[in-house]
Design a protein around this ligand. Structure first.
Ligand SMILES: Nc1ncnc2c1ncn2[C@@H]1O[C@H](COP(=O)(O)OP(=O)(O)OP(=O)(O)O)[C@@H](O)[C@H]1O
Length: 260
């Protein structure tokens, strides 16, 4: 009987031995990871672990001292951010800075202009993207009038409008209340699952663990610049090294003694 083997999913992003130091501080150290296309991965870790620095290396804002970054089959180590954007990499930032006086539609169209030079086409694309992130009713509002949750959606929309293959989300849930988080989680998941699109792969930095548990297929944990664990969220959050990194030395043993 003939057996059919499924071809392995190609990696959209892979890092090999990536590291960078700022003066005497090794902010990222020997990080290797592979993100398969069409999946949602999360990068977690305590404050100062090196997550944002790693994003900056991937997107080209920083050149690593060691290691290589491959994106969509190409070595892009140290390649400038605008070239990476053109090749299909989009990034959101922790601090959301829309053009306040412009409407939501115009703000999203800025992203669409990357591949649609005509104004009408970019504005039409903005409407399509607004629909995907739940901003359709706010299209004519000035961006300044959006709530924090609305601004987070706008940031997501601007990145999506560039038609990325890889979307790097930096704490897109930060500052949201539990209800807003619950509303945003399916929006993010849908971006990856949307088969109508060519399939967007997402790598997110996230502190909201409940959301990571619901969203991510695979989690990488950074502590003091190094990867200390990786795997499905349910496995990683039970890892003693991860508990120690978040809660301090000896915590895992104390929790075990308490039978938790
Ligand atoms: N440009 C820089 N110059 C010097 N040190 C830096 C620079 N950028 C980051 N660092 C340091 O590198 C380490 C990693 O910082 P990074 O912002 O990447 O951590 P993080 O995991 O994103 O933290 P957070 O969750 O608080 O955003 C920190 O000790 C930080 O102070």
């Amino acid at each position: 009987m003939a057996t059919t083997t499924k071809p392995p999913t190609p990696a959209i992003l892979s890092l090999q031995g990536v590291g960078i130091a700022f003066g005497g501080l090794q902010a990222v150290q020997d990080v290797s990871l592979t993100l398969p296309a069409g999946t949602l991965g999360a990068l977690i870790g305590p404050n100062g672990a090196g997550k944002t620095t790693l994003f900056a290396i991937v997107s080209g804002f920083l050149r690593p001292d060691t290691g290589r970054v491959h994106f969509d089959g190409q070595d892009i180590t140290g390649r400038a951010p605008h070239l990476n954007a053109r090749a299909g990499m989009a990034r959101t930032f922790q601090i959301v800075q829309p053009f306040a006086a412009q409407t939501v539609r115009e703000n999203i169209a800025v992203g669409a202009h990357l591949h649609l030079p005509g104004r009408a086409a970019a504005l039409a694309e903005a409407e399509r993207v607004a629909e995907r992130v739940g901003l359709a009713a706010q299209l004519d509002k000035p961006a300044a009038d959006l709530t924090v949750a609305g601004r987070k959606r706008l940031e997501l929309a601007r990145a999506l409008a560039t038609r990325p293959k890889l979307l790097l989300l930096d704490e897109v849930l930060a500052g949201l209340n539990p209800q807003e988080i619950a509303e945003m989680v399916p929006v993010v998941r849908q971006i990856v699952d949307d088969s109508a699109d060519d399939g967007v792969t997402v790598l997110m930095i996230e502190h909201v663990m409940q959301a990571v548990m619901h969203l991510a297929e695979h989690v990488w944990v950074l502590a003091q610049g190094a990867l200390i664990a990786e795997g499905p969220p349910s496995v990683v959050t039970r890892d003693a090294r991860v508990i120690e990194a978040y809660l301090g030395h000896g915590t895992a043993a104390r929790l075990a003694e308490m039978g938790t």
